[in-house]
Design a protein around this ligand. Structure first.
Ligand code: IMP
Ligand code: MG
Length: 178
């Protein structure tokens, strides 16, 4: 597994520091509120797990499964898998995902929640791939910028693998030819 990595972009230590900083910001911004954090499965799991331990206000958590990627290319359409959408009416939502790339996933989910009567919707991602952006949407909270490269690890997959790497890295070219 580690053998397939060409280079490490963000180390375990740096991830921990970046996530702590976001947690502190959310803690400040949500004083007196009780946000519902909605994580997008499956890639969000390591990030949201570490993030919530750094948030010091009452929160609720729910999850939603969406699919937009096929291998390493964006398929262009975003689907809610299984049809389950959390109850967001009147709530302050923090939409949490691993990475903001084209913006299609977050854009669609934000719209869905606002249409369903959410009081507010903020976007929190671990990684911001700004050069990949197609839609006019930005993260309210993010820890790291990444270049327009396909990255894996810490929740992010390539064909469902590498989610369990403790760091963010780039795969060797040969992996894509297998
Ligand atoms: P967007 O809809 O294009 O912004 O893409 C968001 C989703 O695509 C994320 O939830 C990821 O699951 C996936 N994704 C985007 N870029 C990468 C990447 O570099 N590596 C792995 N998954 C990615
Ligand atoms: Mg994915």
């Amino acid at each position: 597994m580690h053998n397939d990595i060409k280079k490490i972009l963000i180390s375990e230590d740096d991830l921990a520091k970046g996530i702590k900083a976001i947690g502190e910001k959310i803690t400040q911004d949500y004083q007196g509120k009780e946000p519902l954090m909605v994580g997008l499965l499956k890639g969000v799991i390591p990030f949201i797990g570490d993030l919530i331990k750094n948030i010091n206000v009452d929160i609720e958590i729910d999850y939603l499964r969406v699919k937009s990627y096929d291998g390493s290319k964006s398929s262009g359409s975003v689907n809610v898998v299984g049809g389950y959408v959390p109850e967001v009416k009147g709530k302050d939502i923090i939409l949490v995902d691993d990475i903001l790339d084209t913006g299609q996933t977050i854009y669609k989910m934000k719209k869905l929640f606002l249409n369903a009567g959410a009081k507010s919707v903020k976007v929190c991602v671990l990684l911001d791939k700004k050069e990949g952006r197609v839609l006019d949407i930005n993260a309210d909270y993010y820890a790291f910028d990444v270049p327009k490269e396909f990255v894996v690890g810490y929740g992010l997959d390539y064909n469902e693998k590498y989610r369990n790497l403790p760091y963010i890295g780039v795969l060797k070219e040969e992996v894509y030819r297998r």
